[in-house]
Design a protein around this ligand. Sequence first.
Ligand code: HEM
Length: 294
Amino acid sequence: MAYKNLMAPKIFGTWMSSGKYLPLLVAIPAAIWLFVWYLVNGLTIPEGEIVYSKLFYGDYTIDPIFTLTFFFMVATFVMGCAKLIKSFQATPGTFVVGKAEKPCLLTAIKDTIVTEILTHSKWKDCGEVKESDQEKFKGHLLLFYAFIALAVVTGIVATGHWVGKVIEWIAPIGHTPMHLYNPVKILANAGAISGLMGLTFLTRRRMNLDTSKSASSFYDWYLLGVIWTVFVTGVFSELLRLAGVANLAYPVYFLHLVAVWMLFAYLPWSKLGHLVYRTVALVYARYTGRLPMN
Ligand code: HEM
């Protein structure tokens, strides 16, 4: 079963399958953020120091919109994974010769996460020989750690912001924009550099692929394109803010929000969805004894 068809509403699977629907995919978040911008100040550029929350308030716009989008994405994934497991259960069971202990679900999850995801060991096993496979491995790893770093930064800022409303001394750790020497900002910038390097490896590899053997589809380019847009607009939001160019900084930050929304909302239908389905499939294979534990 193609995993893009696992998820409802399936129309998103169709829109994600061809470049001709890309304007539609962009138009949805663009309309959402333009509407917010219009409501806040009638689509004008705020005066004075560049502070993005002057335009897109955290509490009333960013947080509710991204929280809803996040839960929409998680609910879509949960329903899709339930469908996937049901399809596995319909296939014949595994027969084990001799005595074998069945792992508990938690052990199967832990084993999958440690051996398959954190170290990307299986990816390396598959293709250590070719230079392009090494680029793929390095690229994925750099991008993966970039996302972890930026997720940690988001977690710290959100905790400072929300918990800081109750425990006041915590609040300053969530204040943005941050000083460049603030450890949290250093982690954010390290994540940005790691992400851009990872994207460069992955893009170079895809551009150098032998098209007679493996052609890249819109599906492959969509994901790279959206992640590039998220990172480039994020970095330029920072650089243009530091340079004090408000007329460009706010529109670029708007594009950052559009790209981040696309990355999250369409995740279940994108190639990145394979991470989740692959993990579920690997946990299931270990849990049912089809794959050995490490
Ligand atoms: C997958 C999620 C996201 C990724 C990968 C991402 C990535 C980035 C990167 C690489 C940067 C430049 C370096 C830095 O971190 O300062 C950046 C900047 C920024 N991002 Fe994001 N971002 C994401 C989500 C968001 C969200 C949801 C918001 C909404 C509040 C946001 C707001 C910002 C802001 C305000 C900046 C500019 C920072 C500054 O002016 O110094 N990002 N982002």
